[in-house]
Design a protein around this ligand. Structure first.
Ligand code: SF4
Length: 479
């Protein structure tokens, strides 16, 4: 954006840091350090940059209120901007809050897209031992974070239920010594749900996350089980968990395969029918079996965005009919756009949340920088292994490897991201870029992660700008 005109002699304001890019037609998007945005016609943007905006204009007032310009010699406005910036990044000070326990690699499902490269159920050597589980619990409590989320993953964690139970008991003990806000989540296909497990969920306050890919035919195609209809079992057991511990303590995740792309409405209807109030529309990951089954499951980021757009509009229509229902990825991004707060969502952090927002303890005691990092380890790549539960906590979290990883994942210094107006809504995802493009930073013009996110950010901003009812609905998703 260039101008040859001289700077206006009437200039009485200074510019605060901002990024900009063409948005649509002659309109540009400008965003600032705290994620505030404005859509400006090109001519207004030129005037703004030349410091030629009239003080009496509504745009001037708006841009001043949103910290794009400053015309006051006092430090009040800058102090406020700094306070908002600190609030956005407050999560960094807490350090690692999410601790993932890979209690076993065994699984009784045969999902073609499995990210964890799950092993068949008879191989007990892929289970976490009691000793490793207890050491991992102690390791996680070394984190200074005032909030700890202990998440049990697999494989299928209920195949090693004793470890889940013992780790929860140990964490409860540790929490009595130095209390934190402690939360447990178990990610399960729910095929092994028993009354004993249900009563454990009730007593421990466990949150349950299961997998539901949509209607029966689609779910069973994506997530085959050797002998039973996975769909019927998971639906029956979702209802049992809802009755036992309440609807708010169970959620479901879907994975979008190529087969899912034509069914956004049916997938959402399935979630509504089961009493869920939200869905996370999750693209397929490039880890584990996904690679071998790429021809069956994979698709372009453009195809995912078409699916996502159709789904989002369908969800908005449901809300307009009085059915409260939320898309979780949109809600995370909208919180970044519409509130002063950050989010703990690990894929959208700068610097990356690897190690400092999340640690994953594999079944064998090795510690990884994220869940995806240990998935990569199942593909014989130990790039993101940080140590072992026998190691000293400080040695692991202050290792050169982790420090290098964090310093390479500041979007503020990454080519492509540093000038991107969507930077404050986005994240680094070094494991995905390493997997797909060979380095932690990645090449953004050809990055699928970048293409998908940029499209979704634009989609949400267009809806916020053009559709009053969509904006009203989005407000209810973030407050
Ligand atoms: S990854 Fe893409 S969308 Fe995200 S900040 Fe970087 S350039 Fe922007």
């Amino acid at each position: 954006l260039t101008t040859t005109a001289p700077k206006s002699p009437a200039s009485t304001y200074d510019l605060l840091p901002f990024r900009f890019a063409a948005f649509r037609g002659q309109d540009y998007i400008v965003t600032n350090l705290v994620g505030e945005y404005a859509i400006l016609p090109r001519g207004i943007l030129v005037d703004f940059v030349r410091k030629a905006l009239p003080r009496s204009s509504a745009t001037y007032t708006d841009l001043k209120g949103r910290h794009f310009l400053i015309d006051d010699p006092s430090s009040v406005a800058l102090d406020l901007l700094a306070a908002k910036y600190r609030t956005k990044l407050a999560g960094l000070a807490s350090f690692t809050g999410l601790h993932i326990f890979v209690t076993t690699l065994r699984c009784n499902n045969l999902c073609g897209y499995c990210q964890a490269s799950a092993i068949s159920p008879d191989k007990a050597r892929y289970d976490m031992s009691m000793e490793t589980g207890l050491k991992a619990a102690a390791f996680s409590f070394k984190s200074p974070s005032p909030e700890l989320k202990i998440e049990f993953q697999g494989g299928e964690p209920l195949l090693n239920f004793e470890i889940v139970r013992s780790v929860v008991a140990r964490c409860a003990e540790l929490n009595r010594e130095k209390p934190r806000q402690l939360e447990y989540v178990l990610c399960s296909n729910l095929t092994l749900l028993t009354e004993e497990v249900l009563s454990f969920f009730e007593q421990s306050g466990m949150f349950v996350s299961t997998s539901l890919d949509g209607p029966e035919e689609l779910h069973n195609k994506n997530r085959p089980t050797p002998t039973i209809s996975g769909y019927r079992t998971v639906v029956k057991n979702i209802r049992r968990v809802q009755e036992a511990v309440g609807k708010s303590r169970i959620s479901a995740l879907m994975t979008t395969t190529r087969s899912s792309l034509v069914f956004p409405e049916a997938i959402i209807d399935e979630y509504v029918k089961l009493g869920f109030s939200s869905i996370f529309l999750r693209p397929i990951n490039p880890y584990g079996r996904t690679t071998a089954a790429a021809s069956e499951c994979h698709y372009s980021s453009a195809a995912f965005c078409d699916f996502y757009r159709r789904a989002l509009h369908y969800i908005l229509d449901l809300n307009r009919k009085g059915i409260y229902f939320r898309e979780e990825y949109a809600a995370i991004v909208l919180r970044k756009m519409l509130t002063p707060y950050g989010t703990g969502f690990v894929d959208l952090q700068s610097p990356s949340a690897t190690g400092i927002g999340v640690l994953a303890y594999n079944h064998d005691g090795r510690i990884y920088a994220s869940d995806e990092s240990r998935m990569l380890a199942q593909m014989n790549d130990e790039t993101f292994c940080l140590g072992h539960v026998d190691d000293d906590y400080v040695d692991v979290v202050c290792s050169d490897k982790l420090v290098d990883m964090i310093s390479s994942t500041m979007l503020e210094s990454i080519p492509g991201c540093t000038d991107c107006p969507y930077m404050m809504y986005c994240g680094a995802d070094p494991v995905r870029h390493y997997r797909l493009q060979g380095d932690l930073v990645g090449h953004k013009p050809t990055s699928e992660f970048c293409a998908k996110n940029m499209e979704i950010f634009r989609m949400l901003i267009e809806l916020l700008e053009d559709d009053r009812s969509a904006r009203d609905i989005f407000e209810t998703w973030v407050h």
